[in-house]
Write a protein that binds this ligand. Structure first.
Ligand SMILES: NC(=O)c1ccc[n+]([C@@H]2O[C@H](COP(=O)([O-])OP(=O)(O)OC[C@H]3O[C@@H](n4cnc5c(N)ncnc54)[C@H](O)[C@@H]3O)[C@@H](O)[C@H]2O)c1
Ligand SMILES: [Zn+2]
Length: 655
């Protein structure tokens, strides 16, 4: 193959991967593989002096495709030049003072604050154009709602999800594991959302790493001063250390030693010049700013032998492949297992028992297979479920093939279903671990959710079980009784409908006005009309509520429960007011958000203008729409969003 042919091949592969990565938050290859192919391409470009038009070395990111509103960045948001050598960092820093920080692995966001409050949040997108996600950013867990500085402030940072929250979310929704392989994917999926309630359920954090501008402030020409000032304003600033080229190696080591204990995912380090003016005087290349450089860890890889693929079934029937190999030592820990995520990856790696594979820890944390050196492809995908022996089925969705157990009575599904049912965000019962649930299933105490509420009938036997005594048994029964009072979102989540996690359960409860019967009767069309509920989820909800066996069980369960309405602590200052909304909105993410806001504060949102309408909300007051005409006929005032917000302020203040 000629150099040029290989270059074309590399550009094709990298381009397809980048498109999937940036547009769909999906990975066609690992970052390690991407970076290796990228380096190979860059070397050819240097050798031949040719750069093909579509080459990823010539442009950053990818055109953004989503239903979110777009906005151009005032100046392009560039990538960072990368190295794996500490010596290159030293050369870059020369005699300057630098700031070394984690390179956080999430989604980059630019925030604007005006008059002390957040007015805009935009994603990096392709560096030129980003997506406006202001409403979603308001849901970031640690974002200050008000800051003391009243001038215009623009800052950049990374939206991230901690490893702990990532694992919890994957446990709650096992299908997500096949979809979101790492916190970065999940975070991108959570922030690039039309429905900000989904973002709210995902515990996204914002970590600041750059101050772009702050009206009339100079910060002694020091990035460090900017960081300290941002922290004083209430932002969480990325963990950093001041460095000179002499102590750089020690600081790099310090970060290496703290990877294990770092709760936030990172994919390397960033070295930034402290001297602002000097850094800016260095300028930019087409792709990189010259005042900073990224450092990537050399992934330590080790060779080992694949002994087994452990097929691990989950609540939804998804069976996850996990590679089990001879123990190897990597970055100080011994590893023996790595998730292979799905059948497509098993196949693309051509895995077979006895194969020699290389493994590494992605970002020094998550064990992964890098390469299969022997590629014997001798694996058979199990035709029966390893837990219940029922038939399995391969399902392909979005080019990803997964294995499922089809048996509705699978014990794995049952145990996991009960586990979810009793978990904290669902029915919140204490004392029912996975092992206990298994024992109760084996003893024939529980077949359906309702049976849990009759466990006290077996109290005598439970007291005698291993690990139980009188006290723990009565505690268990008390905690079960306490759980009878439940809010609708928690109940919906507890049912374990595929794809319906905590956040989506809330979305559904709210969309159907906290009325379970309405939700049960909803058609797929009505469900997809709910913001944030896609076709797949809508179908899953419909299938669930149309399953007569499941409905029989749900009815028995409801006899044990008392549904309590969700408390609303918001002031009900819009009580007795009815609004109709028409036309596009810009302050709220969409009309539905505005509707939710009205309802949360006690108001009503109606579909058409009538004598009962208090106000029509339309930013275009001169519009000749039928609603505007009707409002004018009936003497109903027309408010812009700003007028509406002013009204809210006045009502809240009791004016
Ligand atoms: N797996 C795939 O298919 C695939 C495809 C495309 C890209 N990628 C990955 O993406 C990388 C390239 O990504 P990129 O060009 O979007 O970004 P980059 O790797 O060049 O990272 C630069 C960005 O990191 C962010 N950042 C995080 N923490 C920071 C800190 N403390 N200080 C300053 N900036 C910080 C900033 O937004 C900055 O713009 C590749 O190396 C590859 O690993 C993977
Ligand atoms: Zn099974």
């Amino acid at each position: 193959m000629s150099d040029l042919e290989r270059m074309k091949e590399l550009v094709e592969q990298l381009d397809a991967a980048a498109r999937a990565y940036y547009q769909e938050s999906k990975e066609l290859m690992s970052n390690k593989e991407y970076d290796e192919l990228y380096d190979e391409l860059a070397a050819f470009e240097k050798k031949t002096g040719t750069v093909l038009a579509k080459s990823p070395t010539a442009h950053a990111g990818y055109e953004v495709l989503s239903a979110l509103p777009k906005e151009n960045h005032p100046s392009p948001m560039l990538s960072l030049d990368k190295t794996k050598e500490v010596s290159q960092l030293q050369e870059f820093l020369k005699d300057q003072t630098g700031i070394l920080s984690w390179k956080l692995d999430g989604l980059t966001i630019v925030l604007t604050y005006e008059n002390g409050t957040l007015t805009k949040a935009v994603t990096r997108g392709n560096g030129i154009t980003g997506e406006v996600v202001t409403q979603n950013a308001r849901q970031f867990e640690n974002l200050p709602a008000k800051i003391p500085f009243k001038g215009r402030l623009v800052l950049r940072g990374e939206a991230v999800i901690s490893y702990k929250d990532f694992e919890r979310i994957n446990e709650e929704n096992p299908d997500a594991d096949a979809k979101y392989k790492n916190p970065r994917n999940l975070c991108a999926g959570s922030v690039r959302q039309l429905n900000s309630q989904v973002t709210a359920g995902r515990h996204v954090q914002f970590i600041a790493f750059a101050l772009v501008s702050a009206e009339d402030m100079t910060f002694n020409n020091s990035r460090r001063c900017q960081f300290e000032w941002l922290a004083a304003q209430g932002f969480d600033v990325v963990t950093y250390r001041m460095v000179t080229s002499t102590d750089l190696p020690d600081s790099v080591k310090w970060f290496a030693n703290h990877i294990e204990s770092n709760e936030l995912p990172s994919d390397g380090l960033v070295l930034l010049m402290d001297d602002i003016a000097y850094g800016e005087s260095l300028g930019n290349t087409a792709k990189f700013p010259r005042n900073a450089m990224a450092f990537k860890w050399k992934d330590e890889t080790a060779e080992t032998t694949l002994r087994e693929i452990h097929w691990s079934p989950s609540r939804t029937g998804l069976i996850n492949p996990v590679a089990v190999f001879d123990p190897v030592e990597l970055e100080g820990t011994t590893i023996t297992r790595a998730s292979v995520h799905n059948v497509s990856i098993v196949e693309s790696l051509k895995l077979g028992i006895g194969d020699t594979i290389t493994v590494y820890k992605a970002n020094m944390i998550i064990p992964q297979i890098a390469e299969n050196l022997t590629q014997s492809s001798n694996l058979t995908i199990p035709s029966v479920c390893p837990v219940c022996g029922g038939p399995t089925k391969l399902v392909t969705n979005d080019e990803v093939t997964c294995l499922y157990c089809e048996n509705p009575a699978c014990t794995a599904k049952q145990t996991k279903a009960f586990e979810l049912f009793v978990s904290r965000n669902a029915m919140n019962m204490e004392g029912l671990s996975e092992a206990t649930i298994e024992k109760f299933i084996d003893s024939g105490f529980i077949h359906s959710f309702a049976d849990i509420f009759h466990l006290k009938e077996h109290a005598d036997e439970i007291c005698k079980m291993d690990g139980f005594g009188e006290k723990s048994c009565s505690n268990l029964i008390a905690s079960i009784d306490k759980a009878r009072k439940v809010k609708l979102p928690a109940l919906i989540y507890a049912l374990g409908i595929p794809g319906i996690g905590v956040a989506n359960a809330k979305v559904l409860a709210r969309a159907f006005h906290q009325d379970l019967d309405k939700l049960r009767a909803a058609t797929a069309e009505e469900l997809t009309a709910v913001d944030g509920i896609g076709e797949v989820m809508a179908q899953a909800v419909c299938d669930y509520f149309n399953d007569s066996e499941k409905m029989g069980q749900l009815d028995s369960l409801l006899k044990e429960l008392e549904l309590v309405l969700e408390e609303n602590n918001e002031k009900q200052y819009l009580e007795n007011l009815t609004f109709v909304i028409t036309g596009s909105v810009h302050h709220f993410a969409n009309r539905n958000e505005l509707k939710n806001y009205i309802e949360k504060h006690g108001g009503k949102a109606a579909g058409s203008v009538s004598a009962k309408t208090s106000y029509l909300i339309n930013n275009d007051k001169e519009s000749t729409s039928s609603k505007n005409k009707k409002a004018k006929e009936l003497g109903v005032s027309i408010l812009s969003e700003e007028d509406f917000l002013d009204l809210c302020k006045k009502m809240e203040a009791g004016e």
